[in-house]
Design a protein around this ligand. Structure first.
Ligand code: AVJ
Length: 331
């Protein structure tokens, strides 16, 4: 993150109040670690280090979702652009926008100016991405927003767009419970005009034999990603976690249809956290639930739209049908 911003008339950067953010992290840690079943919200994985680790996950042979969605976007970018039209593209959880680039290229090839509005929780990644895109795409105009959109899709109203395509890619919706997902779609749909579209990239249900290695890779990158949240508590909140006394755990919850990630305490231990003024006690094998990654069937995706008054208009799949890109329009 540079200290001085290079002025560019093609870039507007909206920043969220970091003070507020910090307070929320402390609050969420205090709450989550005093709950009867300890948990932490997965959004805290994505500090700068965590975002880089996630990028390494995407390069792992076991982690198919990234490549499957990339295959869809690279194969059908022109078709998707044609279906969307040249609408301003708002993206929740844009990250490094590596996959979105394929779609942006289709916009660029149209030879007309277009607007890209990425929203992300990692300010550093958002900034770097915006800078790179400005260099690569001569027709792009960027309005970037550093925000935690999770419980609040309404943040995008700050862009004041008349017509828009709203994208939620990377199966990020999978981190929400089914109820939260339904609500997120309903609230997003409520902000959509009759010609707006919603583009959802979501991981499909499949055998745990394929799912589990994707969340427990041989190189241990996912383990490092999971443990990074404790590292972050140590750094930002004065936590005293010994990372070696916790282990990464991934399991498939068949009833809920989701992968669960946990951090399991290898021993009985007490961990002080200075900033939240707490001492967290762990039994041996007690876990902190750090993420759920819900998997969907095509019917469930259609139903999710239906509940939000959105009609499923187009679907694109990768060759193995591991992943789905779904396009919705208001009904
Ligand atoms: C970014 C939420 C799509 O659930 O697959 C990857 C995050 N967690 N490996 C996912 C993740 C463990 C990822 N999403």
């Amino acid at each position: 993150m540079p200290t001085e911003a290079i002025p560019n008339e093609r870039l507007q950067f909206h920043c969220m109040d970091l003070q507020v953010h910090q307070h929320t992290f402390a609050q969420d840690v205090a709450d989550g670690l005093t709950a009867p079943r300890k948990w932490l919200p997965p959004k805290y994985f994505y500090d700068e280090r965590g975002s880089r680790l996630y990028e390494r996950i995407c390069a792992l042979p076991e982690y198919y979702p990234y490549r499957a969605e990339l295959e869809i976007l690279s194969t059908y970018a022109a078709e998707i652009h044609e279906e969307i039209g040249h609408l301003a593209l708002v993206e929740f959880g844009s990250g490094s926008a590596t996959k979105t680039r394929h779609l942006l290229s289709a916009y660029e090839w149209a030879g007309r100016p277009f607007r890209y509005c990425p929203v992300d929780i990692s300010q550093e990644v958002l900034w770097d991405t915006a800078q790179r895109l400005l260099q690569e795409y001569s027709h792009v105009e960027i309005r970037a927003m550093h925000a935690d959109f999770a419980g609040q899709p309404e943040v995008i109203q700050a862009f004041q767009l008349e017509k828009k395509a709203v994208a939620f890619l990377g199966s990020s919706l999978g981190n929400f419970t089914r109820e939260e997902s339904a609500e997120f779609l309903q609230r997003t749909a409520a902000m959509m005009g009759p010609e707006d579209v919603f583009l959802l990239g979501i991981d499909l249900k499949k055998s745990p034999a394929i799912l589990l290695p994707a969340y427990d890779d041989a190189q241990g990158v996912t383990a490092a990603f999971n443990l990074n949240v404790l590292h972050r508590i140590n750094r930002e909140l004065g936590g005293r976690f010994h990372l070696q006394s916790f282990e990464h755990l991934a399991l498939y919850n068949n009833e809920q249809g989701c992968i669960e990630m946990h951090l399991r305490s290898r021993q009985v231990q007490r961990v002080p956290i200075v900033k939240t003024e707490q001492v967290v006690s762990f039994d041996k094998d007690e876990t902190i639930h750090t993420e759920s990654s819900y998997k969907y069937s095509l019917d469930e995706v259609r139903d999710l739209g239906y509940q939000a008054d959105l009609g499923l208009r187009r679907t694109w799949f990768d060759d193995r049908r591991y992943f789905l890109l779904a396009l919705f329009r208001p009904r």
